[in-house]
Design a protein around this ligand. Sequence first.
Ligand code: LLP
Length: 417
Amino acid sequence: MHHFQYKGDELFAEEVAVKDIVAKVGSPVYIYSQATLERHFKAMDSAFAATPHTICYSVKANSNLAVLKTFINLGGGVDIVSGGELFRALQAGVDPKKVVYSGVGKRDDEIAYALETGILMFNVESELELDRLNEVAGRIGKKAGIAIRVNPDVDPETHPYITTGLKKAKFGINIERALEQYGRAKEMANIEILGIDCHIGSQLTKVSPFVDAIKKLKRLLTGMQDMGIQVKYLDLGGGLGIQYNDEAPPLPADYGTSILAETKDLGLHLLFEPGRNLVGNAGILVGTCLYTKKGEEKNFVIVDAGMNDLARPALYGSFHGVAPVRKDQDGSIVGDIVGPICESGDFLVKEREFPNFKQGDQIAFLSAGAYGFTMSSNYNSRPRVAEVMVKGDKFEVIREREKVEDLVRGESIPSFL
Ligand code: LLP
């Protein structure tokens, strides 16, 4: 459920007409519904109300300060993968004790920054990372709390680019080798073992892979107990999918029921790292039709938003729903909705039926709140678009549209030219 609905022929974001936002802020623009963000966070949080838990929102999905603040106000922590994400989360006021740090390539300076900040734990993705953590922590006189990110070798049955829990993936430590690494960690002076972690993939539309992963982690836990290693946290990562088109992912409540059934006797504090599920359907990208082109072979609608603004269709062939901001088109056509970028991969919609858009029509691309703005770039020297948050009948710009001057910020022409 989200709060982008029609009133008559006009698309609204909560109580605000989308056209009024575009009139004030321009096009293209990302628009987020605060009520939807809250609703999704609460749905996930209440699914685990029966057990101690923390929802550590995965910042990479949408890292705008206003989005982070929304979840922090509701008691959320964060899952970060870089020093930059840590900086953002701290700016938004996160409690460092609710920060978990994942990612296969943590640098020394990022590790030191996280240690100085006093984050809860590092999700360790390799043997060598464990050594680095121990060393950097020793150097600055801190202890690094850790979980090993275990790769349980289960198939999440999602897009190959966002499958992370198979043996062949670059992520985590294979489950057969995890025990040995926990053994090493136990002997390290500057490491404190706090938990077990896994994240098997993104946009999962079934609960069974999560349950399969937990079953494997439970066997590992038994092995750890035999070695005298006790943990406090079980981090089950993110990955619960959303509806983009005709998928029917489980509701957070059902996901909760299945996970609680598997974990209730463990006495562990559960951590979750949802990204997409909280923000995906809470955001839209609005663009404007610049031209239409009725080709002999194909119909094209050319809009002012491109693959640099929303990369998912070009990168993964992802489906994003299309909705006219004002429904006054004459019938529908079949074709592509494309951007201004000089690449054939620059499409937002490919070979689908959509309203017969005309020049000047504003078009909403739905379910764009996750991995939309965060994956946008300046390709073709296009300033990144504005972001707006709506709450009830109010809206505010939460990120200014970039100016052309921003494109060359930090660049210089060397003295020898
Ligand atoms: N935790 C870890 C360690 C992750 O790597 C990810 C996502 C998450 C949590 C959050 O997963 P979520 O709940 O959002 O599924 N750019 C792709 C998605 C990449 C996901 C990367 N990792 C897309 O646009 O579909």
